[in-house]
Design a binder for this molecule. Structure first.
Ligand code: DC
Length: 222
């Protein structure tokens, strides 16, 4: 039997870390849908498209072929056949992906890919609209969140770890802007599904968050 676990929440809540670890424990596939939006955003940046030019994005996204493969359990995102994992974690791509993900044609392009993956395998899929739109019938829905300050601190630490100098205030401002954009867009906005379990990780370690999510999964899948 296939199980679908949906983990949604705002940027920096720890979704990808937690989802990856939960998938590993359950021997499910981890699907990072944000990485797919990031790949399309990279395509737009490479084409020199302005982040405000949603019309050109709508027209051009059909030329971006995004697919997923796995190497040693790690998700690899392919953009027109090229592994772009190393290119999609910049702030420029983050900002562009937030704009691109509000374009209906872009979302439509990725929806089938996401549903197809979940239909064929047991998955832990993370994103913004997995429980509400992509997999409304998911067996388990988690809304993972944390305070804005804690999320900014985590992202700041991650950037520092990668040698990227940016002030905490600037990181926090961008998180707030991205939250606003993700929550207020017309199509598939970030919101908590009615049947989702709310998990606030502000005062949790990664291990505690993983244990809590696993506990919820075991209850729901029993
Ligand atoms: O989770 P992330 O930061 O990698 O996501 C990048 C962007 O893509 C983010 O601005 C929200 C958007 N996104 C989305 O709209 N729907 C998803 N299912 C996943 C991500």
């Amino acid at each position: 039997m296939n199980y679908n676990i949906a983990i949604d929440g705002p940027a920096g809540a720890g979704k990808s870390t937690v989802a990856r670890m939960v998938a590993k424990k359950l021997h499910f596939i981890y699907v990072d849908t944000g990485a797919m939006y990031r790949a399309i955003a990279l395509f737009f940046l490479q084409k020199g498209i302005d982040p405000q030019d949603t019309e050109t994005m709508a027209a051009q996204c059909r030329n971006a072929e995004v697919s997923i493969t796995y190497e040693d359990g790690e998700q690899i995102v392919l953009l027109n056949g090229e592994n772009v994992n190393r290119l999609i974690r910049t702030e420029e791509v983050s900002t562009m992906s937030s704009k691109a993900s509000a374009v209906p044609e872009v979302r439509a392009r990725l929806l089938d890919l996401q549903r197809g993956l979940a239909a064929g395998e047991s998955v832990v899929m993370d994103g913004r609209d997995i429980g509400t739109c992509v997999l409304p019938q998911a067996d388990v829905k988690i809304f993972l969140t944390a305070s804005t300050r804690v999320r900014a601190l985590r992202r700041h630490e991650e950037l520092q770890g990668r040698g990227i100098a940016e002030s905490l205030e600037s990181v926090e401002r961008k998180i707030i802007e991205r939250d606003e954009a993700d929550r207020n867009r017309a199509i598939s906005p970030l919101r908590e599904a009615e049947d989702a379990v709310h998990v606030d990780t502000s005062d949790m370690t990664v291990e505690e968050a993983v244990d809590r999510v696993l506990e919820i999964c075991r209850e729901k899948m029993a």
